[in-house]
Design a binder for this molecule. Structure first.
Ligand code: IPM
Ligand code: MG
Length: 357
């Protein structure tokens, strides 16, 4: 198993370091695991003038799976768009055809008090957001800036989806629902957008192949509201790139903290890039404050989806649940009376729990 490690920027290096300690434990036990690290995002720009340096992309292409931290930071905000850290992430997703982004929002019972909603609204919460990741307004052409007929400067982007693009992500949604609660909610804006009307038609047509899954449709504005009103009504949500970006950040707060949520971005063959859904948090970078659990849980997803070792994924997830049960809390998930531990100490606790089996 060859893994590409891309720590990125901000808190990325320190949280990825804790996930690498988990890999080290597994390797010591005899798992045939190798990894190599390359810079990406702002770190890629600093090292090679490119947020996705050729050597980084080559390593990602040659690996079985990719474990990433986060990219971005104020230092890079003034760069032209093609040099910005976020472009490195968008390019690697596109170059590797990582079209299926799985973002589970799972509330650990120990963290019910950390959620922004009342414990009864979120206890037992277990939602999977399936976000399309290589299309939509993120990649649509034409885009840019121009002068309009009045001589005013304007910016423009293009939203589009083809039927095959909708079908392949909807299929991921239906298959995931089949393995869970058998309910799929497709989120769109079909009351306004032509792209969404086509999306809804394509998803509806595919539903014939999945009679065992109950399909519903919801407008994105309503979905944003329902997520905070009654989130437990959802099992699997499937949606486009932009709506999924927004709804997954919203859903993360239901689970207590964005610092808890892992993600997988998969191609058609199951190769994937794994990253916490939170960003690079430059305000706390280098201070041993960031929560490494989302990254460690991303490594668990990597074993489940790309490395065919669901047993190891289960074991890592059990270790994380164990440290939460012990009361270990980084600042983002701590209650007023909890003792706060740092990034490294949280890593220590996970490593110790993992060693105990
Ligand atoms: C995410 C992030 C990215 C996105 C940014 C950093 C480009 O917000 O992974 O959700 O918009 O997809
Ligand atoms: Mg986002």
């Amino acid at each position: 198993m060859r893994i590409a490690i891309l720590p990125g920027d901000g808190v990325g290096p320190e949280i990825v370091a804790q996930a690498v300690r988990v890999l080290e434990v597994l390797r010591e036990e005899g798992l045939t695991l190798t990894w190599q690290t390359e810079p990406m995002g702002g770190a890629g720009y600093d090292a090679a003038g490119d947020p996705l340096p050729p050597a980084t992309l080559a390593l990602a292409q040659a690996s079985d799976a990719i474990l990433m931290g986060a990219v971005g930071g104020p230092k890079y905000d003034a760069l032209p768009r093609d040099k910005r850290p976020e472009q490195g992430l968008l390019r690697i997703r596109k170059a590797l055809s990582l079209f299926a982004n799985l973002r589970p929002a799972l509330l650990y019972p120990e963290l019910a008090a950390a959620s922004s909603l009342k414990p009864e609204a979120v206890s037992g919460l277990d939602i999977l957001i399936v976000r399309e990741l290589t299309g939509d307004i993120y990649f649509g052409q034409p885009r840019g800036r121009r002068r309009n007929a009045q001589g005013d400067e304007e910016g423009f982007d293009t939203m589009h989806y083809s039927v095959p693009e909708v079908q392949r992500i909807a299929r991921v949604g239906f298959e995931a629902a089949r393995k869970r609660g058998r309910r799929l909610c497709s989120v769109d804006k079909a009351n306004v957008l032509d792209t969404s009307i086509l999306w809804r038609e394509a998803v509806t047509a595919l539903a014939k192949e999945y009679p065992d899954v109950e399909l519903s449709h919801m407008y994105v504005d309503n979905a944003a509201m329902q997520l905070v009103r009654n989130p437990k009504q959802f099992d699997v949500i499937v949606t486009g790139n932009m709506f999924g970006d927004i709804l997954s950040d919203e859903a993360s707060m239901l689970a207590g903290s964005i610092g808890m949520l892992p993600s997988a971005s998969l191609d058609a063959a199951g190769k994937g890039l794994y990253e916490p859904i939170h960003g690079s948090a430059p305000d706390i970078a280098g201070q041993d404050k960031a929560n490494p659990l989302a990254t460690i849980l991303s490594a668990a997803m990597m074993f489940r989806y790309s490395l065919a070792r669901a047993d190891i994924a289960d074991r890592i997830e059990r270790a994380v649940r164990g440290v939460l049960a012990q009361g270990q809390r980084t600042g983002d998930i701590a209650g007023p009376r909890d003792k706060v531990v740092g990034t490294r100490a949280m890593g220590d606790a996970v490593v110790a729990a993992l060693r105990q089996r």
